[in-house]
Design a protein around this ligand. Structure first.
Ligand code: FPP
Length: 240
């Protein structure tokens, strides 16, 4: 059965998980961070090569200031706490998104974590933070425009390849499997370009409840999909 090389996840439902238990939203996010740990481990065991997690969207700045602080503190503390064991288990960590709004200290820690783990190859863990699919397309368009202005590129040569090469996930193959927990069936400005041919899997489980077994179910479901990439079924099966 085929295993997706690249899995991308919208981890939704932390707030509802907490409120159902009469707990503050922050407690839901803390449980969500625990779930991240288990899913990273489980993805590695199930031979996923790249796991991209949506931790904080461009739009999440619009949440109350206290919640933004909780999320960013949790992100920073989780990275600090997990970096040694991730490094030991061969996880390469990288971040996609706009870093300019973060403190110098946080940017430094992110860069250090990337540098420390850059030679690891068991699993690529990509954290999307202050990320938006529209932001990604805009920054790629800006880079294309700069290349044209600097005479490195002819505007007539702009194509899917040259644009794709300037997107945040350019070095990784596109996600094969997209998962969203928490019951909503939408993409919410995640990897707009990269999800073009991903299989879309929606789970009603709230993120803190999503565990290795839930991931295995999603991977099983993926194994039963026939991916055609716009071709006829027969041609897709033979690769012709
Ligand atoms: C959505 O739940 C979740 C988020 C906005 C943040 C995801 C963050 C984590 C899981 C923790 C830290 C992550 C890392 C990578 C260390 P929600 O608050 O929108 O839930 P709701 O829809 O039930 O309100």
């Amino acid at each position: 059965m085929s295993v997706p090389d690249h899995v991308a996840i919208i981890m939704d439902g932390n707030g509802r998980w907490a409120s159902r238990r009469g707990m503050p939203r922050a407690a839901g996010h803390r449980s969500g961070a625990q779930a991240v740990r288990a899913i990273v481990e489980s993805a590695r065991e199930q031979s996923v090569k790249t796991l991209t997690l949506f931790a904080f969207s461009s739009e999440n700045w619009q949440r109350p200031k206290t919640e933004v602080r909780v999320l960013l503190d949790l992100f920073r503390r989780t990275i600090r706490r997990e970096i040694d064991s991730m490094n030991e288990s061969g996880v390469r960590l990288s971040f996609i998104g706009e870093r300019a709004h973060f403190s110098e200290a946080l940017r430094h820690e992110m860069a250090q974590a990337e540098m420390r783990t850059r030679d690891n190859a068991a699993l690529n863990l990509v954290i999307a933070i202050d990320y938006g699919g529209r932001w990604d397309l805009v920054q790629a368009a800006r880079r294309l425009a700069c290349a044209c202005r600097d005479n490195q590129l002819d505007p007539d040569e702009i194509d899917e390849h040259s644009l794709g090469a300037r997107l945040a996930l350019a070095e990784f193959p596109a996600p094969d499997l997209f998962i969203r927990t928490g019951g909503e069936r939408r993409v919410s400005n995640f990897l707009l370009w990269d999800l073009a041919y991903s299989e879309l899997y929606f789970s009603d489980e709230l993120w803190p409840d999503f565990d290795g077994n839930s991931l295995a179910c999603a991977i099983d479901w993926f194994g039963q999909r026939q991916r055609r990439f716009g071709r006829l079924p027969q041609a897709a099966a033979t690769g012709l």
